[in-house]
Design a protein around this ligand. Structure first.
Ligand code: PAF
Length: 283
């Protein structure tokens, strides 16, 4: 496994792999890898001749007062997981390498970036779209894999890939959960043991809504009310958003169906966690 920090080296390597007829699978991450990332890497290993992982905590997708400075990092641990998953190249540039002096071009995402995380994190998805487009140009993937935990991010990346005619197949992979239901996230590392327990209210709210939907409840208002009650019973939790929306357009729906997305962001103490489900999907 080779570690590359320079954009030119990574791009030259990727271009020569392509010229040699290799299919490149790519998993972009911000590091502090967990089982969710490992599932993307294992799938990537199957889908490409060559597997590339990027680790880059992207400053332009963090707003003022967010957790850029304390975002967890562990390059050594990440490399051990990467090796186990059969990664061939790890691209891990510095912020100065990615955003050289004078950087001023970015991608602006419209409607899909407005609701949910976009409304509480203004500019976040422009930062995500910009870095992903840049990483695609550097790493030249044929296929790129993203987790469905960041459902809106995945929808935006799919849209951007179509809108900008990027020759990359986008694959969305299922959320990986701990045994007790908590969706895996690098930010779970911020939680104390008590907060870790409180954080279960997100997956429990999802479970409750899925159950009620499966039992025939279709009123979005009633489903949301039940979820809200469950979360607010948890003193450490404050709801950032809790919504039912169409899984394709991300528009709000008065009536739930199998293609309805339930998405929520909840703060446990100061840690903001997100989770989601599509009501008709298996998990
Ligand atoms: O999902 C993430 O880890 C990041 O948003 C991504 C896609 C690597 C862009 O920085």
């Amino acid at each position: 496994m080779k570690i590359i920090t320079s954009i030119t080296d990574m791009q030259q390597t990727a271009l020569s792999l392509k010229r040699a007829g290799k299919r490149i699978a790519f998993v972009p991450t911000m590091g502090f890898l967990h089982e969710g990332h490992a599932s993307l890497l294992r799938e990537g290993r199957k889908r490409g001749d060559c597997l590339l992982l990027s680790i880059f905590v992207n400053p332009i997708q963090f707003g003022p007062g967010e957790d850029l400075d304390r975002y967890p990092r562990n390059l050594e641990g990440d490399c051990a997981i990467a090796r186990e998953c059969g990664v061939d190249f790890v691209f891990t540039p510095t912020a100065a390498e990615m955003y050289s002096t004078g950087f001023q071009t970015s991608i602006r995402v419209k409607d899909l970036a407005r609701p949910l995380c976009g409304s509480s994190r203004p500019g976040h998805f422009d930062g995500v779209a910009t870095v992903v487009a840049k990483l695609f140009n550097i790493c030249q993937p044929d296929v790129a894999l993203f987790g469905k935990k960041d459902f809106q991010q995945l929808a935006i990346i799919r849209r951007m890939t179509t809108d900008l005619s990027l020759p990359v197949e986008i694959v969305g992979m299922p959320i990986v959960r701990e045994a007790d239901g908590l969706a895996m996230s690098s930010r779970n590392a911020y939680l104390s043991p008590e907060q870790r327990q409180s954080a279960l209210c997100l997956s429990r709210a999802i479970h409750l809504v899925r159950e009620r939907h499966a039992a025939g409840e279709r009123s979005a208002a009633r489903l949301l009310e039940a979820a809200r009650g469950l979360i607010l019973a948890e003193p450490a939790a404050t709801i950032d958003y809790l919504e039912l929306r169409d899984a394709d357009t991300l528009e709000t729906v008065p009536t739930a169906s199998d293609t309805t997305l339930m998405a929520l962001a909840v703060k446990i103490g100061t840690t903001r966690l997100i989770d989601n489900t599509v009501l008709g999907d298996e998990t």
